[in-house]
Write a protein that binds this ligand. Sequence first.
Ligand code: G3P
Length: 214
Amino acid sequence: MKLFADTAIISEIEEVSKWGIIAGVTTNPTLIARSGISLDEAMNQITKLIDGPISAEVAEASAEEMIAEAKVYAAKNKNIVIKIPMTMEGVKAVSRLTKLGIKTNVTLVFSTSQAIMAATAGATYVSPFLGRLDDLTKTTDAGFKVVKDIKDIFNTYGFKTQIIAASIRHLEHVDQAMKAGADIATIPYKVLKEMDKHVLTDDGLRRFREDSKK
Ligand code: G3P
């Protein structure tokens, strides 16, 4: 499973890019607003830091309008993937963009039927949202089950569309993304920074430091 950073904050991407393990970046309008820079500027800077797929989300609109916006961003850099909201207009746009050879990431996916529509349209990626599904159902595994079901269906029917587990809020979601068979987990900075931590690692390091002085 590949690890993507789910952020548009440049200082965060600068830091995680140095780890050598982050294969891509996803953004959305909320993350762009939080970054304090425009989508255009974010794409300029992120594409210089990470050599992998970078998702730029178009505004929800008619298929024609989304296609027009998608073409502008796709022309900027070969790594830019167009994030398209899961609507019927979005599905139409994905169908057309696929024929043009433009990569897409269908976002706001919460069900297997939505994932099948996106995959049938030729989406490069679908992004089911774990955290928001758990919020809605007041459970801790609704997101996991949907990702697992999408993976099984894609395998059964041979869809090439890759699954990006999104809306990851904590380490348990990263674990669930792996167990469900997601191809990618896109992870916020705060959770990425928790991934190398364990209380016994800290304790072990402390003991080794003390013993090395003996
Ligand atoms: O990748 C989508 C993600 O950023 C949404 O996360 O926490 O707003 O549900 P969240």
